[in-house]
Design a protein around this ligand. Structure first.
Ligand SMILES: O=C(O)CCC(=O)C(=O)O
Ligand SMILES: [Fe+2]
Length: 319
């Protein structure tokens, strides 16, 4: 593959950093060292093809089958695992579960949260952002602030149709998870360091891929992308084909985490129908209810028309 200047996309075979960031599924120590040091790691072929095939079907069934998205549209499900019995098959990717056991130092793991993304050709880029949801105001006002608040939280994404820089691909900025990361030269952060934009340009999440610190990832189906909640990332425009992605993120089963929302009906049904062999992963599972939010006075607001109930439309960006 040759690339003509000034394309910002580095050809796959030339992609290089002064350290290794691609690993085999059993290199736990090296994976976690890279993840902690540089804020990300790419693990090759961590899920077997039959699990990937089931997940691809699951994303399509949950987000596309009844009503395929039009050209240029994308959809997300913020509680993917609750909507398709095939989604939990990710727990049959034993290498993934083992990696989490090493990461957390315990065998007792619970599903923390899950989501799915379906993008059709023509979908716009996702601007640079981080998924970290710290509480900006006096008290948490949205569910993500309970689930994505931890200083050591992470995302673990499966790109089931792959992710490539010239077609909707995920890019990230190595080392940007560090609290002392200074930002890109010539850019300023937006409020709460959620994103950044060029000095002198309107405030907003930057959508360019033209700074040398930005790293394009080449992800094949079955590969796992692991990145810190504070690592800045973005996705290019989806020029052609469907792109299905999902996540099933784990955490230690104990201690239970406190959340202010009541169990949703979808969560209740999911817990009831999930086969016994996965029961240990459901201990202290809390689901998510986007209908929960509070106003400035701390009062609970009644569920609105948003993505509560688990359907479609949670923004892709982390804000
Ligand atoms: O790959 C993408 O489309 C963006 C993913 C992303 O930003 C996220 O899942 O937080
Ligand atoms: Fe994100």
């Amino acid at each position: 593959m040759t690339v003509t200047a000034p394309s910002p996309i580095t050809p796959r075979e030339q992609l290089s950093l002064p350290y290794r960031f691609e690993f085999a599924a059993d290199e736990h120590g090296a994976i976690l060292d890279c993840f902690r040091e540089h804020g990300f790691a790419l693990i090759r072929q961590m899920a077997p093809p039959e699990v990937v095939a089931d997940l691809r079907d699951a994303v399509w069934e949950v987000l596309g089958a009844d009503d395929p998205p039009a050209h240029g549209h994308n959809r997300t499900s913020p509680e993917f695992v609750e909507h398709s019995p095939k989604a939990i098959r990710l727990l049959d990717a034993s290498a993934y579960v083992e990696l989490n056991r090493t990461l957390f130092g315990t065998d007792a793991l619970t599903i923390h949260r899950s989501f799915a993304v379906l993008k059709n050709a023509g979908s716009p880029p996702v601007g640079w952002h981080r998924d970290y949801h710290h509480t900006v105001y006096d008290a948490p006002s949205e569910p993500d602030e309970f689930l994505d608040a931890g200083d050591h939280g992470f995302r673990a994404l499966w790109y089931l149709d792959g992710s490539y820089p010239d077609n909707g691909g995920l890019w990230l900025i190595p080392d940007s998870h560090r609290d002392d990361w200074a930002g890109l030269e010539g850019f300023v952060f937006t409020e709460g360091r959620k994103s950044f934009h060029r000095v002198g340009e309107p405030v907003g999440d930057y959508e360019g891929f033209d700074d040398p610190q930005m790293l394009p990832l080449y992800v094949d189906p079955g590969d796992l992308v692991l990145y810190d909640l504070k690592t800045y990332h973005a996705a290019a425009a989806q020029t052609h084909s469907l792109r299905r992605a999902c996540a099933l993120i784990l955490r230690p089963s104990e201690p239970a985490i406190a959340v202010p929302w009541a169990q949703t009906e979808t969560t209740r049904r999911f817990l009831e129908r999930t086969p016994e062999r996965f029961a240990s992963f459901l201990r202290n599972y809390v689901g998510i209810d986007y209908g929960w939010e509070i106003d400035a006075a701390g009062e609970r607001i009644a569920p609105g028309p948003g993505p509560a109930g688990g359907q479609r439309g949670t923004p892709l960006r982390g804000s």
